[in-house]
Design a protein around this ligand. Structure first.
Ligand code: DC
Length: 232
């Protein structure tokens, strides 16, 4: 009798800010009982460490020192990941606009990227992971079993960001959000090291007119075609 294939895949989800990566990754991980690796959270945590230490963000060596000294941990709590920096829960702090604005030089630092990529690969030694970010399918897991590239219109991404912020009682105009997202797209796509690129062998999913449920179903179905087993 042939046993069903219970392969635990490495799934990558890359795409620009606001394309729905993190929510999709988290829900797919839940459906397959995999681990969700939110690589953006790691870059955010190192950036927060650099801001806390008041180092010059343009000084690569100082950022490297901070990254080397810091312990970044991701701990699943139900469907969410809590992020710890040097044992302190920074889950909310890393989402602040201050961190988002300061992140570009940290994410462009080759040594920091190398250090974080090593940790990211460590999470995936036994498979069973959904990793989301900008370079998961291109640089960190080039041999991933399933690569998804999420895209969405700028309008829709700005709208999503607006409702996220509004839920937290923060009101920002769509114009400001659009400008902010475009700025991040440019910095993510134009940096020399690990820019945001669609992996050649990725499946592209335009989520502009899709609900989260539809996105999750699509990715889970693709994973099942490749041997994953749905748990819920
Ligand atoms: O996905 P996010 O918005 O939380 O990511 C925050 C920033 O981190 C984003 O502007 C780019 C950077 N990042 C990266 O360079 N590489 C990754 N794999 C993930 C995020």
């Amino acid at each position: 009798l042939v046993q069903p294939d219970r392969k635990r895949l490495i799934i990558t989800i890359d795409g620009p800010a606001g394309s729905g990566k993190s929510t999709t990754a988290s829900r797919v991980a839940q459906a397959l009982n995999y681990l969700h690796l939110d690589s953006g959270a790691m870059y955010r945590a190192v950036t927060l460490a650099a801001l806390d230490a008041k180092v010059d963000l343009e000084d690569d060596d100082q950022i490297i020192q901070i990254a080397e000294k810091s312990t970044v941990e991701l701990m699943p709590q139900g469907v969410f990941l809590r992020v710890f920096l040097n044992r302190r829960d920074v889950t909310d702090a890393i989402r602040s606009p201050k961190v988002t604005e300061a992140i570009a030089p940290v994410a462009a630092n080759p040594k920091v990227r190398e250090m974080l990529a090593k940790v990211q690969r460590h999470f995936a030694v036994d498979g069973g992971i959904v990793a989301d970010g900008r370079d998961m399918g291109t640089v960190v897991f080039p041999n991933a079993d399933l690569k998804i590239f999420l895209v969405a219109s700028i309008e829709e991404r700005a709208r999503r960001r607006q409702s996220e912020l509004s839920a937290k009682g923060i009101e920002v105009s769509l114009d400001d959000l659009r400008a902010n997202i475009l700025k991040r797209d440019v910095s993510d796509s134009s940096r020399k090291i690990s820019p945001l690129l669609k992996p050649e062998d990725a499946v592209t999913l335009d989520t502009s007119e899709m609900s989260i449920d539809q996105q999750v179903t699509f990715v889970v179905n693709e994973a099942c075609k490749r041997g994953a087993v749905r748990q819920t």
